[in-house]
Design a protein. Structure first.
Length: 238
């Protein structure tokens, strides 16, 4: 006859239960350690709802009539510097427009130079508008300032009007380049990476090209004198 096995005693069952619980706790502890190691390795523990609470409170307090919702990490000095550059671009545009009007006169009649300065005026205005759009994009406020009345007579007894006007244009382009570098410095000072990228990619590179181009025109006009040479140079711009 087969021997009957004895049923496990309560002490045996208790010991087995303790063993199972111990194994379960070890597994849970091991998984927790693995997750902690993963967090330590990545260095990122992101809880979006917790992280967004502070900003959510700020957004809730924004007065829509006076403050932009888009403003984020945008220093007031950067905002003021953008408005200053907008004014510079408009002033240069205004001077170039005056030069266009001068060379378009019937008693000056240099259409190539008139076109060159008209295009320059429109370009500087487009730069001002680009800066205004960026100001709005960052949540700043555009503040337009006064534009000074430019000279309207550009004839020069020694140099002639063409060379004098082009030397004036070169000085303005160099001034604008210096002001753009100051704008870039303000953005760098406040560690505003988007603004430094905007100034570098959208304005500074183009300004370097403009300085080179006008410098070449000054050199050419110094060679040709004030007579027929200016007429031929003007035709090359038309």
């Amino acid at each position: 006859m087969l021997a009957l096995q004895k049923a496990p005693t309560s002490s045996v069952l208790a010991a087995a239960t303790r063993n199972v619980c111990s194994v379960s706790r070890s597994v849970i502890r091991c998984r927790a350690q693995q997750e902690q190691q993963q967090d330590t390795m990545s260095g990122v523990v992101f809880e979006p709802m917790v992280a967004a609470k502070a900003e959510l409170v700020t957004v809730g307090k924004v007065d829509q009539a006076t403050t932009s919702f888009a403003r984020a990490n945008f220093h007031p000095e950067c905002e003021a510097a953008l408005n200053e550059q907008i004014n510079i671009e408009y002033n240069v545009s205004y001077i170039y427009h005056a030069l266009f009007a001068y060379f378009d006169r019937d008693n000056v009649a240099l259409p190539g130079l008139a076109k060159f300065f008209k295009d320059g005026s429109l370009e500087e205005r487009s730069h001002a508008e680009m800066l205004m759009e960026y100001q709005n994009q960052r949540g700043g406020r555009v503040v337009l300032k006064n534009i000074l009345m430019p000279e309207m007579e550009f004839n020069h007894a020694e140099k002639g009007e063409a060379l004098y006007a082009m030397e004036l244009a070169l000085s303005l382009e160099k001034l604008n380049f210096a002001k753009l570098r100051e704008l870039h410095a303000v953005a760098a000072k406040h560690e505003d990476a988007p603004m430094t990228d905007f100034v570098e990619g959208g304005l500074l590179a183009e300004q370097v090209e403009a300085v080179k181009k006008v410098s070449e025109y000054v050199s050419q006009l110094r060679r040709v004198g004030k007579g027929l040479g200016v007429f031929q140079f003007d035709r090359s711009l038309a």
